[in-house]
Every structure is written in structure tokens, then in C-alpha cells.
Design a protein around this ligand. Structure first.
Ligand code: DHB
Ligand code: FE
Length: 279
């Protein structure tokens, strides 16, 4: 049976890619953020995952405002990276795991989710930046991926309750997968940030702490608020925490925190990094 080794969560601000490219990790602005990653890398080296099931949101690369799936699951042999406009380097292609993707799709459809299945899919900064942070300088990515996209961009968005349920359905799929893979769950985006409108630059440390403090022990409490309330508290793009909530569901019923880093701001975002293991 496959083993879920734990979950890695992080923000995916594109400017992080620029900082890596310039080698700015030790600069005062960046150091408190990058200091959160040696522990992540040590942990990954220890738990040795070979597959990553990744929850993130597309930022207009695969899906634009004219076609916006609520949930999209990649079922491709590989996923190229492309830059939807940030001027980032093009990162390494990710290898897929199509049989596992289809197994997950079958389970979530059985559980009455209606995903778009993507046999052709690109990945944007929401996956490439967390991978660069986790495995800097790797010749090739050490994990195959199953990307799961959640619409955090165009309303109506799925509720936090629905995202947690999706993650739990993915967990059921992983439990019944017959392979011997070591699986890491990844959730990216957030925490609080708003990039546009009157509240551009809005951050909310209190709400971020509420999310971080409860994600491991009581993820259901993160589903108490409506999407509009979450937008009010986290910011229009802070609702990317939905990716974290789904990923937490995929980890399994009980979890414990093994590492956390939180730093305000990176670009316009309250940047957070978290590692959880099953308790
Ligand atoms: C920023 C944050 C994001 O989550 C994103 O997708 C793009 C930009 C930012 O803070 O600059
Ligand atoms: Fe984003």
C-alpha cells in the first residue's frame, strides 16, 4: 500500500522565483522567508517521497475567465511549466503519474465531485516556486506529480467545506491505491493577501494565525466561514488558503505540526510555510 509521508504547505509568490534567480536568499528582505526552508529540505530528504499530490490554483495559464473549472485534475504523462506573465525563468518539466491521477479521479467522481480531467495541462508558479524552494538545484524533480487545481480566482468559488471534503475524498483514493509509492501532499498559495482593488496590500495576521493554529488539529473549524467572509478576512487572493484546506483533507484524519515559518510581507503576501505529518 502507498504511504502518505506528510504534507508541505507554502505560499507561491512569483517574486520568490526572481529572488532565487538573483541569488538574493541572504538579503535582509528575503532571509526570514528563505530561513523557513532548510527544515523543509531536510524533512523531504528524510521521508523520501516519490509522488506529490499537489493542490493549487491556476492563474490564467490553463483556464482563463471564459472557462473556469471549479476542480481540475491533471492526468497527463508530464506537465511543462510556462510563465503567465511574471517574467520568471521556465522551470523543469514535471513528470506525471497518470494511473494514480485516474484512480483519484475515479474516487472523487464516485464521491460525487465533478472535476475537469486534464490530459494536457501546464503548471504555473503555484507549483514551480514551491518545488524550487523544496528541491533547489535538483537536476530533475525527484517526485512525479498529480496536480489538482481549485478555482480560487473567479466567483463563485467552492466553499471551504467542499474543498476539505474534496481533500478527504483524495485521501480515500490514496488509501485504496495498490502501489508502493511514498506520497507527499502539497498545498500552495495564501496566506492573506489582496493584489488589487481598494484593499490592495491587505494582510491579516490574526486570520493567518487562526488558519495555521487549527489546520493540523481541527481543519473543520476553517470551514466555518462563507467564501465572502473568507475574502473579507484573508483578502481576494488570500482565499488560496482553500488549497491548503483541501491538502489538509488529503493528509488524513489526524495530523501534527512539525515545522512552521511565517513572515510578513513577501511582495503583497503574508508568506507561510508549514509541514505536517500524520499523528
Ligand atoms: C502574489 C501572490 C500570489 O499568490 C500570486 O499568485 C501572485 C502574486 C504577490 O504577492 O505578489
Ligand atoms: Fe497566487
Amino acid at each position: 500500500m502507498a504511504e502518505i509521508v506528510g504534507a508541505y504547505f507554502t505560499s507561491h509568490v512569483p517574486a520568490i522565483g526572481g529572488a532565487i534567480h538573483r541569488g538574493a536568499q541572504e538579503e535582509p528582505y528575503w532571509k526570514p522567508f528563505f530561513d523557513g526552508f532548510p527544515k523543509v529540505r531536510e524533512w523531504l530528504a528524510e521521508v523520501k517521497p516519490d509522488v506529490a499530490v499537489c493542490f493549487s490554483n491556476d492563474h490564467g495559464l490553463n483556464f482563463f475567465l471564459d472557462k473556469m473549472p471549479t476542480f481540475a485534475v491533471g492526468a497527463a504523462e508530464q506537465y511543462s511549466n510556462a510563465d503567465e506573465g511574471w517574467g520568471l525563468p521556465i522551470y523543469k518539466t514535471m513528470q506525471g503519474h497518470a494511473p494514480l491521477s485516474w484512480h483519484i479521479i475515479e474516487q472523487i467522481v464516485e464521491d460525487e465531485f465533478d472535476p475537469v480531467t486534464c490530459q494536457d495541462m501546464l503548471v504555473d508558479h503555484a507549483l514551480s516556486i514551491p518545488f524550487e524552494l523544496a528541491w533547489p538545484g535538483a537536476e530533475e524533480w525527484p517526485v512525479r506529480v498529480v496536480p489538482i487545481g481549485i478555482n480560487t480566482v473567479q466567483h463563485p468559488l467552492p466553499s471551504a467545506r467542499r474543498c476539505l471534503a474534496l481533500g478527504r475524498s483524495v485521501h480515500r483514493a490514496l488509501q485504496s491505491w495498490q502501489g508502493a509509492e511514498r506520497i507527499v501532499i502539497i498545498g500552495t498559495g495564501g496566506l492573506s493577501h489582496q493584489l488589487d482593488g481598494e484593499r490592495a496590500g491587505f494582510l491579516n495576521r490574526d486570520y493567518d494565525m487562526f488558519c495555521l493554529d487549527n489546520l493540523a488539529s481541527d481543519p473543520d473549524v476553517l470551514t466555518r466561514d462563507s467564501i465572502h467572509e473568507m475574502v473579507r478576512m484573508a483578502g481576494t487572493q488570500g482565499v488560496e488558503v482553500l488549497n491548503w484546506i483541501a491538502a489538509r483533507g488529503a493528509l488524513g484524519p489526524t495530523a501534527r505540526e512539525i515545522h512552521r515559518n511565517y513572515h510578513i510581507p513577501i511582495s503583497n503576501t503574508a508568506a507561510a510555510t508549514l509541514l505536517l505529518e500524520t499523528a
